[in-house]
Design a protein around this ligand. Sequence first.
Ligand SMILES: C[S@@+](CC[C@H](N)C(=O)[O-])C[C@H]1O[C@@H](n2cnc3c(N)ncnc32)[C@H](O)[C@@H]1O
Length: 307
Amino acid sequence: MPVRDTVTPATERPDAATLIGDVATRLREAGSESPRLDAELLVGHAFGRDRAWLHAHPDASLSASDAAALAGWVDRRVAGEPIAYIRGFKEWFSLRIATDHRALIPRPETELLASTAIGEISARLIRDNDPIRAWEVGTGSGAVVLAVALRFGTAAALSRVHLAASDISAEALELAAENLAAHGAAGLVALACGDLLEPPALPGGSVDLLIANLPYLTTEEAAAGVGSLAWEPRDALDGGRDGLDLLRRLVSHLPERLAPGGAALLEIGAGQAAAVRELAEALPIRVAVTVLPDLAGIERVVRVERR
Ligand SMILES: C[S@@+](CC[C@H](N)C(=O)[O-])C[C@H]1O[C@@H](n2cnc3c(N)ncnc32)[C@H](O)[C@@H]1O
């Protein structure tokens, strides 16, 4: 297979278009569901360029060492490793989020959680003079809190917004810290390690906005390890027998930790909206619950406002 050949003279090395075809064929034979896209991403990565550049330069050829690196990445992809771990980053919410085995790869549907949090903080900044305390629980790679921090950098510097993020995984928090630092946002977010709302991530008892994409797969789904799930940390996926263990515990703490007028934004899995609404409406506080669909029309974020 040409991409394995590291000693071929430059004039005989396959061009980009041929490489893409060869890699796509190998990935297709290995059972990939998106062989062409994966091939373009890996070949593009080998050139240090994006897919648009590849299409504009079908005749380009790789150096021998870059071709050898590509061959290694293709082997890893054939073994099932997600592209985001192989490349070391994921394009998400127009950001380059560093990704590795320490945390879940941010999903496209989670952009709704980030954009809803941003909308929520914007509305509160316009409406209120009081500082806004926002906390992302289970931050993983830090993608969501990073998107929020970049949008409200000035407000954070002026102490109009206080941002915190926490995770039970110290490794994930390391990655979150690296992502914040890579975007110049390290000073904007207080990071803390611990179970759900236990870490003293923000001073004071209650917060105005809780943001959470906690594990919500069932133990069975997490254990089945379909696709990237086999490579991602189990603690980032497993939500217990019905997938709702973490959400159930978080919701039970809202009376102590959500300020009056505050809101919790909870990402959920398909089909979980009714159960999470029921949990929130059973709390001994007055709440208004709304459910937001993602771009695929799947109920994805439950918003619980404390009246
Ligand atoms: C589904 S991942 C989401 C990561 C990231 N927020 C995102 O949207 O890409 C869930 C995260 O919750 C964390 N987590 C799991 N159990 C937790 C707990 N009891 N307390 C705090 N974080 C927890 C995991 O370590 C993981 O980083």
